[in-house]
Ligand binder design. Structure first.
Ligand code: PLP
Length: 355
C-alpha cells in the first residue's frame, strides 16, 4: 500500500478488523454478537417521534436526557455518566484521556482486539499479560502499580467472567492510574462493577447498548465513573467531536434504558438459549467454556477451527474466528434465536459426521 502522504504516526499501524457484514446472501449471522431480537418497540416509537424538522438543529452536545436516564437506572449522578458514539469510541476517548505515554498499560493477551489498536494509535506503552491455560485471568499479575489496566468483563472472546472481588483487588492495587472495565457483555451474566464507582475514583466502567439492548445500529456507548474521570473524557470529546450522539440515538437510548421489562425478557431468552446450546455442543464433543455473555467460545479436539468455520459458512452460518496462536482453533459463536441455534447445531452435526 502506498502510504506516501500518511502521517508518520500511522505508518505501520494495523487497524482493528470488524466482523463481516455480508451484503450478498442471507446468512445466519452468529459472528458479531448482535442481539437476535429487535430493539424495544418503545425505541422505534421514540425514533419516529424524533424524526422531524428538528433534525436541522444540532443535538444536545451533553446528551443530558440520556445521561439522566442512565444515572437514574444505575443510581449514580448524571455527572458520573459519559455518552459516546458506540463504546468503541468511548474506549478510544478513555485511552487517550486517561493513559499516559511512558507508563505501561496492561491488559490480557486474549481479549478485545481493539485495545492494542488504541495503544498503538495513541503511542502508549502496553503489556499483554497471558491468560492462564484455561483462559482465567491471573489476577496477581494485574496487581502492580502501573500505568493503568483494561479488563473486559466478561472477557471477549472467551466469555469468562471475573468476580467483583477480583475487579476490586485490581482497582485497589492500581491507585495511581485508571482501571477501565469494559462491560459490553455484563448484562448477560457478570457482576457489574458500577456499584464500586463511588468508592474508587480510578475506576471507569464502559458499557454499550449494542448487545444487550439490541442497538448495534444506533451506536450508543457510555461510561460510568468518578466525576474526575468523566471530566477528563469530556475534555477529549470536546477536543474532537462535540456531538458524538445524534438526535435519534439520544432518543433511542433513553427509551431503551427506560424499558426494563423488554430488556429483562430478551436477555432472559438469550441466557436460556445459551444453556441448551452449551449442553448440545458438549454432547457433540466440543469443549465449551461456561459463558457469561451472549456468545460461546468453543473448540473441537478433532477438527481445526478453520475447517469448522468454513463448513458452517458453506451451510449458511457465519461465526467468528481469530487468527491468533492460542485461539485459532476456537470459534466464537453468538447466541441467536432458538431457531438459528438449532440450524447451527444441525450444520455442525453434519460437519462432524463428514456429510
Ligand atoms: C462489541 C464490543 C464493544 C463495542 O461496542 P460498540 O458500542 O458497538 O462500539 C466494546 N467492547 C467489547 C468487548 C465488545 O465486544
Amino acid at each position: 500500500m502506498n502510504q506516501r502522504y500518511w502521517s508518520s504516526r500511522i505508518q505501520g499501524l494495523v487497524p482493528y478488523t470488524p466482523g463481516e457484514q455480508p451484503k450478498d446472501r442471507t446468512f445466519i449471522k452468529l459472528n458479531t454478537n448482535e442481539n437476535p431480537y429487535p430493539p424495544s418497540p418503545r425505541v422505534l416509537e421514540a425514533i419516529r417521534r424524533e424524526a422531524d424538522q428538528r433534525l436541522r438543529l444540532y443535538p444536545d452536545p451533553e446528551s443530558a436526557a440520556l445521561r439522566g436516564a442512565l444515572a437514574e437506572h444505575y443510581g449514580v449522578e448524571p455527572e458520573q455518566v459519559f455518552c459516546g458514539n458506540g463504546s468503541d469510541e468511548v474506549l478510544g476517548l478513555c485511552f487517550y484521556a486517561l493513559f499516559s505515554p511512558g507508563r505501561k498499560v496492561v491488559f490480557p493477551d486474549i481479549t478485545y482486539s481493539f485495545y492494542p489498536v488504541y495503544t498503538e494509535l495513541f503511542g502508549l506503552d502496553y503489556e499483554e499479560i497471558p491468560l492462564n491455560e484455561d483462559f482465567t485471568l491471573p489476577v496477581e499479575r494485574f496487581l502492580r502499580g502501573n500505568g493503568g489496566a483494561v479488563i473486559c468483563n466478561p472477557n471477549a472472546p472467551t466469555g469468562r467472567a471475573l468476580p467483583l472481588s477480583d475487579i476490586r483487588r485490581i482497582v485497589e492495587d492500581n491507585p495511581a492510574a485508571a482501571v477501565l472495565v469494559d462491560e459490553a457483555y455484563a448484562d448477560f451474566g457478570a457482576q457489574s462493577a458500577v456499584e464500586l464507582i463511588d468508592q474508587y475514583p480510578n475506576l471507569l466502567v464502559v458499557r454499550t447498548m449494542s448487545k444487550s439492548r439490541s442497538l448495534a445500529g444506533m451506536r450508543i456507548g457510555y461510561a460510568l465513573g468518578s466525576q474526575d474521570l468523566i471530566d477528563g473524557v469530556n475534555c477529549v470529546k470536546n477536543s474532537f467531536n462535540s456531538y458524538p450522539l445524534d438526535r435519534l440515538a439520544q432518543a433511542a437510548g433513553e427509551a431503551a434504558v427506560r424499558d426494563t421489562a423488554y430488556f429483562e425478557e430478551t436477555r432472559g431468552k438469550i441466557m436460556a438459549t445459551r444453556t441448551w446450546v452449551t449442553h448440545r455442543l458438549r454432547e457433540m464433543g466440543f469443549q465449551v467454556h461456561d459463558s457469561s455473555s451472549n456468545f460461546l467460545f468453543i473448540a473441537h479436539p478433532d477438527h481445526s477451527g478453520r475447517v469448522l468455520q468454513q463448513g458452517l459458512r458453506d451451510r449458511g452460518v457465519l461465526v467468528r474466528r481469530f487468527e491468533r496462536p492460542r485461539i485459532q482453533d476456537h470459534l466464537r459463536v453468538s447466541i441467536g434465536t432458538d431457531e438459528e441455534m438449532e440450524a447451527m447445531c444441525r450444520a455442525m452435526e453434519e460437519i462432524l459426521k463428514g456429510q
